[in-house]
Design a protein around this ligand. Structure first.
Ligand code: F6R
Ligand code: ZN
Length: 184
C-alpha cells in the first residue's frame, strides 16, 4: 500500500492511547469520590479500588478553535449496590462535548443547570452530543470495562465541585432485574 495512506482504525488508535496522551493518565479511586456514592464510606472499609482512568490528548492546548479529546476506561462493578460511574462535571462557561462508545455498555446521565435530566443508553458505536451547560456522568451498567471517547473544545475548565452542591437527580443501582433508578 502507498506509504502515504495510514490505515489507522479507531481501535488501533486507541490501543496506543497511553503513548499518544499529552498528559499523565488520570486515575480515580473510590477514596476520591467516596461521598458521591450513597454507601461509599461503608464500601471503602473493604478497601480502596480504582474506579476508572482516563487519558487526554491536546495537540494544540488552549489555542482558539482547537480540540481536546480523551479516552476513559470505566471498570465494571458496584459500590454498595450502585453501579460504578465517573465523577461527573459541568464545563465552566461555554463548551459542548461529544461522547462516543467504543466498548461495553452503560448509561450517560445528562443534567442541565436548571435540573432537567436525560438518560442515554450507551454502547459501542453510540455517539451523543452534550450541549454546552449540561453536566455529564457515565455509568457502567455492564459486565465489562466500558471505554468511551470524549471530544471537547480545548481551554475549557471542568467544574467538579458543583457535584457536591448539586449532584445528578438519580442514582443508578443494581436491582434483581437489572437497572433501578433511585431519586437522590
Ligand atoms: C471531558 C470529559 C471526559 C471525562 C472523563 C472522566 O470533558 O467529559 O473526558 O473527563 O470521562 O470523567 P470525570 O472528568 O467526570 O472524572
Ligand atoms: Zn466533559
Amino acid at each position: 500500500m502507498d506509504k502515504r495512506i495510514l490505515p489507522i482504525t479507531l481501535e488501533d488508535y486507541f490501543k496506543d492511547i497511553p503513548a499518544r496522551a499529552t498528559e499523565p493518565v488520570l486515575i480515580r479511586s473510590l477514596s476520591q469520590m467516596v461521598s458521591l456514592f450513597k454507601d461509599g464510606e461503608e464500601a471503602l472499609k473493604e478497601g480502596d479500588w480504582e474506579l476508572y482512568r482516563f487519558w487526554t490528548i491536546e495537540p494544540a492546548m488552549n489555542q482558539p478553535g482547537e480540540m481536546a479529546f480523551g479516552v476513559t476506561d470505566l471498570y465494571p462493578g458496584t459500590i454498595g449496590g450502585e453501579f460504578n460511574m465517573t465523577h461527573g462535571h459541568y464545563h465552566a462557561g461555554p463548551g459542548a462535548e461529544l461522547y462516543m462508545g467504543l466498548k461495553g455498555s452503560g448509561l450517560l446521565l445528562l443534567q442541565s443547570r436548571e435540573g432537567e435530566l436525560k438518560i442515554i443508553e450507551f454502547k459501542e458505536g453510540t455517539a451523543t452530543y452534550i450541549p454546552s451547560g449540561w453536566g455529564h456522568r457515565m455509568v457502567n451498567t455492564g459486565e465489562q470495562t466500558m471505554t468511551f471517547l470524549a471530544v471537547w473544545p480545548t481551554g475549557i475548565e471542568h467544574d467538579y465541585e458543583v457535584m457536591y452542591r448539586n449532584d445528578f437527580k438519580v442514582r443508578v443501582l443494581k436491582g434483581d432485574g437489572g437497572v433501578v433508578f433511585e431519586d437522590r
